[in-house]
Design a protein around this ligand. Structure first.
Ligand code: COA
Length: 174
């Protein structure tokens, strides 16, 4: 990739990319921590063809994220198609933030970080640990618990819990 057309990267502008289907308190914990460290944080929903049959559309995920970060003045929410590094470059972010919950995340995250580094060495990946209480959370577990009638109030914000339950009812699985 040529860097000659490089947009000016802003120092201290971080991008937190993810699928966010669904947004959990673990993701929000990373958002809050990152928002205290970086001057500006863009949380972005990736249109990830690798993840089959999402429960929520990209627009719905963006909306849920916007509501969840409304109190954080330096955080904005977006969505993107294509490569994370290309989107980072487009918005001028010089950092990619990713959460590391456990050693099991490490191999895949390191592989992505190395690949992103090779695609654009000017954008650096920073890993953040969530609070231990969220280290076992994942979006698919939350969806599974909700599907079988379990209480997800401890794992997702209230507006997400409500939308999750409604969507499962619409789909006839709850
Ligand atoms: N709290 C709770 N759960 C967390 C979490 C946290 N702090 N951090 C990660 N997770 C969970 C998610 O819930 C999700 O669970 P699931 O697998 O059960 O659905 C899983 O970890 C990973 O989700 P997420 O953080 O949303 O990221 P992702 O792995 O789906 O996203 C992208 C990966 C979007 C960053 C990556 O695919 C990407 O960059 N895509 C764009 C294309 C590209 O550039 N590809 C080349 C990459 S080298």
């Amino acid at each position: 990739m040529s860097h000659s057309s490089q947009h000016q990267l802003e120092r201290g502008h971080a991008l937190y990319p993810g699928t966010f289907d669904v947004l959990t308190l673990g993701h929000l914990d990373i958002v809050r921590r990152a928002s205290t460290i970086f001057r500006r944080l863009t949380v972005a929903v990736a249109q990830n063809p690798g993840k089959a049959a999402p429960l929520f559309t990209v627009a719905e995920r963006v909306e849920m994220l916007r509501e969840a970060v409304a109190d954080l003045a330096n955080v904005d929410v977006a969505s993107f198609e294509g490569l994370t590094v290309q989107f980072a470059r487009r918005i001028g972010a010089n950092v990619i933030v990713r959460g590391l919950r456990a050693v099991s995340d490490f191999e895949f995250e390191l592989q992505m970080a190395m690949m992103n580094e090779s695609l654009n060495p000017e954008i650096c990946t920073v890993f953040m640990a969530p609070a231990p209480a969220y280290s076992f959370l994942s979006s698919s577990l939350v969806k599974e618990i909700a599907r079988f009638g379990g209480d997800v109030a401890e794992y997702v914000p209230p507006h997400v819990a409500e939308k999750l339950i409604n969507r499962l009812k619409e789909n006839g699985v709850r």
